[in-house]
Design a protein around this ligand. Structure first.
Ligand code: SF4
Ligand code: SF4
Length: 66
């Protein structure tokens, strides 16, 4: 599973493209304090904790747990 610090997210979508399970997307209905659409996870159940999303994120938004 992952934990997303929404307020740090800049909505660049690098993690969305990196996720092999395609379970990340930008939340178009929400804006954080920086004015960005933060990333959200569609299905924690499908997450394989590969950490590719966390590695690619330039802003250390995502923490990965097994
Ligand atoms: S840890 Fe891997 S499977 Fe889980 S959300 Fe991140 S990139 Fe996707
Ligand atoms: S890579 Fe980081 S900053 Fe970019 S959308 Fe994903 S969580 Fe947000």
């Amino acid at each position: 599973m992952i934990v997303i610090n929404e307020e740090l997210c800049k909505g660049c979508a690098l993690c969305v493209d990196a996720c092999p399970k395609k379970i990340l997307r930008l939340n178009e209905t929400k804006r954080n304090k920086g004015g960005f659409h933060p990333v959200e996870i569609i299905s924690q159940e499908e997450c394989i904790s590969c950490a590719l999303c966390a590695e690619v994120c330039p802003d250390v938004v995502i923490e990965v747990y097994k």
